[in-house]
Write a protein that binds this ligand. Structure first.
Ligand SMILES: C[S@@+](CC[C@H](N)C(=O)[O-])C[C@H]1O[C@@H](n2cnc3c(N)ncnc32)[C@H](O)[C@@H]1O
Length: 196
């Protein structure tokens, strides 16, 4: 089942609401990746971020969506762009575990999804697939003002939510990402514990 409030407007309209390239620039570790790094994106949607991530991330990118039409659209866009480092899967990231080969990620991208019913359950499951010192990148509609799209204000993740999750899962405190040309968005990143 799709997570609550995760329906999408028309693609052309969706892509007027933020600049995916500028958004990705707010997470410097994406461009600073190496060929052996792995990135997991949950919920590819139209591939708006997937294509730009695949252009900038040097390693392999895996992305999941429950909606076959979103999987197809993203697959087509990656193919049209000649990007061969990204793999698109249909799957339910809430109900099912990720396939066994999906592990050791250095970056996990969670854009526009952390308003789901049980964010802690998702984080717990995802973190089991992240390598020590891996990064979690969160982006969502601002929780402090009305925006042209987005879930109910009451369920948008806030800085306090990210701080609580950081403590609960032993992540570094959230660092706010600098977002240019994304006036409606708020983004943070956290790092998982490095081995001692
Ligand atoms: C609001 S959209 C965001 C898409 C993309 N991350 C972006 O920011 O453009 C959420 C996406 O998550 C997908 N989705 C919702 N529930 C899901 C689930 N349980 N498992 C996998 N994908 C899901 C939807 O189909 C939709 O494409």
């Amino acid at each position: 089942m799709k997570v609550r409030d995760s329906g999408m407007p028309e693609e052309a309209y969706w892509e007027t609401l933020f600049d995916p390239v500028q958004a990705i620039s707010g997470f410097p570790f994406i461009a600073n990746s190496t060929a052996s790094d792995r990135l997991l994106e949950l919920g590819c949607g139209y591939g708006t971020f997937t294509v730009e991530l695949a252009k900038r991330f040097r390693g392999r990118l895996d992305t999941f969506d429950i909606d076959p039409s979103m999987v197809q659209r993203t697959t087509d866009r990656l193919s049209d762009a000649g990007l061969k480092n990204a793999f698109v899967y249909q799957g339910n990231f809430v109900a099912a575990d990720l396939p066994d080969h999906c592990r050791d990620y250095g970056v996990v991208v969670l854009f526009h999804i952390m308003h789901l019913e049980n964010p802690e359950d998702l984080l717990r499951r995802v973190l089991s697939r992240v390598r020590p010192g891996g990064m979690l990148a969160f982006l969502h509609w601002r929780p402090d003002q009305i925006t042209p799209r987005g879930p109910d204000m009451e369920i948008r993740p806030t800085l306090a939510d990210y701080q609580r999750w950081s403590e609960q899962f032993h992540l570094t405190p959230p660092i706010e990402a600098e977002l240019l040309d994304c006036p409606h968005h708020f983004a943070v990143y956290c790092q998982t514990s490095e081995p001692t």
